[in-house]
Design a binder for this molecule. Structure first.
Ligand SMILES: [Zn+2]
Length: 159
């Protein structure tokens, strides 16, 4: 099982790094989350820390870029349509519903749209300030950019 998991993770990260110009990951406090007993096994099984580590060196090999959203960027709580930010969003809520604009979307899809929007700002050459201004978050939205080795073009992940 360990070998299967390791093989699957390598194939996934190799594919992501070689087939996309920009890959965005979210900085999650994995060690903190591992202290939550209900989350710990799922997180350890998924190998999130190792996934990020492999993406780091494989995007460098492939000449693509790894963008890491700041740990405090509210990707799940922000409406990807209108930008309204919820004060709370329990983990049990699998569908994001925006009271401001009425958007109803899968929770993870909503977060992915918000992260993809961060990449557009990076590719357009604007800095984290722009992300902060739009997201209303005082903290930096982006961290851990790897140097670009080729001209960025729109990532296929952005659809
Ligand atoms: Zn909305």
């Amino acid at each position: 099982m360990a070998n299967l998991r390791c093989d699957g993770l390598h194939k996934l990260t190799s594919d992501l790094a070689s087939s996309h110009d920009v890959v965005v990951v979210e900085h999650l406090n994995v060690s903190g989350m591992l202290r939550n007993r209900r989350l710990a096994r799922h997180i350890a099984d998924a190998g999130w820390g190792e996934l990020r580590r492999q993406l780091g060196y494989k995007t460098a090999w492939a000449g693509s870029r790894l963008v890491q959203a700041d740990a405090f960027y509210p990707s799940s709580k922000t409406c990807s349509a209108c930008g309204a930010v919820k004060a709370k969003l329990p983990l049990s809520a699998r569908v994001f519903h925006c009271e401001a604009c009425g958007l109803r979307i899968d929770r993870d899809m909503n977060a992915a749209c918000n992260l993809a929007a961060l990449v557009k700002d990076v590719v357009a050459g604007s800095g984290p300030e722009t992300v902060n201004a739009r997201g209303g978050d005082a903290r930096p939205g982006l961290a851990g950019l790897t140097p670009a080795k080729r001209e960025p073009r729109a990532s296929r992940m952005l659809g």
